[in-house]
Design a protein around this ligand. Structure first.
Ligand code: GLN
Length: 208
């Protein structure tokens, strides 16, 4: 493939940051709001933002079913934070009846880290890279369960009080980055940092 076209779902959230990161990797990066734009894409990024709003707007713009269908058909997709929620096959602490595109065989808990630690930063060891990744978490979800074809790429140790900790005893690791075939997802926001390694990894998935 010469220059891949990678779309960023441009309904809501940090679209511009993802477009900038992809353009720095010499990708033809486009905002996607319509099915015709989606159909030009070799890969799709679903940004961070607010998943409940994203669902509503995907319905308003009439792209929800098309996005769901393209992901199910194998379109390489990278979801960050709210984007990871949108990719989850199973969702906990979603809004009543909250839909997702699905495509990732995981159970995601929304707003999992709790009010006290709404936003935080961490240095994460990644299976993919030699050096840790600086990760910015903003009202982030975590992954509570993964299916057999999902690779765990990074976890974060947590403790303390908050939702999703009922079954926890002491400290535990929570999964914050996964890959299942050509679907990649992180709880945090790689697009807000200068580090392009995760975007480059996604471009490699798209072009391989
Ligand atoms: N809490 C948001 C949601 O439920 C996700 C936050 C984010 O993307 N930074 O969609």
């Amino acid at each position: 493939m010469s220059t891949p076209t990678i779309g960023v779902l441009a309904l809501q959230g940090d679209v511009r940051e993802h477009l900038d990161a992809l353009r720095r990797l010499d990708v033809d990066a486009i905002g996607v709001r319509r099915v015709e734009e989606l159909d030009r894409c070799h890969g799709l990024v679903i940004p961070g933002g607010e998943s409940t709003t994203m669902v509503k707007l995907a319905r308003v713009f009439d792209v929800f079913d098309a996005v769901r269908g393209r992901i199910a058909a194998g379109l390489p997709t990278f979801g960050t934070c709210a984007g990871m929620i949108m990719l989850a096959d199973r969702l906990r602490d979603g809004a009543v009846g909250q839909e997702t595109f699905g495509g990732l065989d995981v159970t995601v808990r929304r707003n999992a880290f709790g009010r006290q630690v709404d936003s935080f930063e961490a240095e994460l060891d990644f299976t993919l890279f030699d050096d840790p990744v600086h990760a910015v978490f903003i009202r982030a979800p975590w992954i509570e369960q993964v299916g057999p074809s999902v690779d765990v790429l990074a976890s974060v140790p947590i403790d303390g009080e908050g939702p999703g900790r009922q079954e926890m005893q002491g400290t535990a690791d929570r999964i914050v980055a996964v890959q299942q075939g050509s679907v990649l997802a992180t709880s945090f926001h790689p697009e807000v940092d200068d580090d392009l390694r995760l975007h480059r990894h996604f471009v490699d998935i798209v072009t391989s």
